[in-house]
Design a protein around this ligand. Sequence first.
Ligand code: ZN
Length: 347
Amino acid sequence: MAGYAQTVTGIVPVEALGATLMHEHILCDLRAPSEDPSTGDAPITMANRFETDYFQNRNPANMVLDEDDVALHELRDFKAAGGGTIVELTIGGLVPQPLRLAALSESAGISVVMGAGYYVDAYLSDTIRAADIDELEQQIETQLTDGAWGTGVRAGVIGEIGCSWPLAASERRILEAAVRVQRSTGAALTIHPGRDEDAPAEIARIVANAGADPSRTIFCHMDRTIFDRGRLVELLDQGFVLEWDFFGIETSQYWMAGVDLDLPTDYMRLDLIGDLMAMGYRQQIAISQDICTRTRLTSYGGHGYAHLLRHVAPLMRRRGWRDSDIDQLLVKTPARLLGFHSGPVQS
Ligand SMILES: [Zn+2]
């Protein structure tokens, strides 16, 4: 498997992946099982589109990506903009759809790499919540080696493994199981940290103690998690990969209840990433858009999967970025992360 990635339609050489989005959702259901249903489900219209997008998770109709015709249109637009591969991290708790993903991938002519594992505790079934590390390890490994969610479609990456703040006991077990599977398969591991500046450092200790390979372990959602450069550098110095995956979200307002922070704009993300690359961390940064709501799609007035290629890459060039740095973020680092190790890690 060295030098090869595992997509929903089979094995491909990493050189064939092309421009890659490292953290997206194509079909998913983000409606929390415990969510207050009193908000109601209002169809998205021109009249409520801004409000729906501004709060992202208030209108349940915005929280479900389940329309194959819409998805196909969006993926074709990504391909038309030069896109090659989308990493689809809809995992247990978010209603993964492997067979539909495989069909969409073939129809759109792009590669899709699917995630394995489980999302945050609030979305888990009681069975998964109670499972021990051995059971979880076996399930996640099966998703990569045999097929996921009752199908023969195999995952090609582990995650996004869900972590809350504070970290739930089930989430800690899933993290440790995920690290074991990283060690046995060589797959990259991507982690959704809790919404607290201390969360990534705590998770870093847990996964390091469990024997994770930091160079193949990604902390996602840095945009809403860490605002202090010293903390970012501490994680980078341990060898971890940090991911800014809110590209295209250009409002400062963060919609998560109980979380008070200002989101950065694309310009601010680029300033920070450019600085970190100049400091020598150019191979440890991933970028994406984390599309998981309808208003982020072009079909609902959003930027769509092509935004990084169509708008952000030209912005990088205008700001004097070298082509080699743009290529590193969009092609080389994804290829390194999605290519499997030469074989199981010896323990
Ligand atoms: Zn996430």
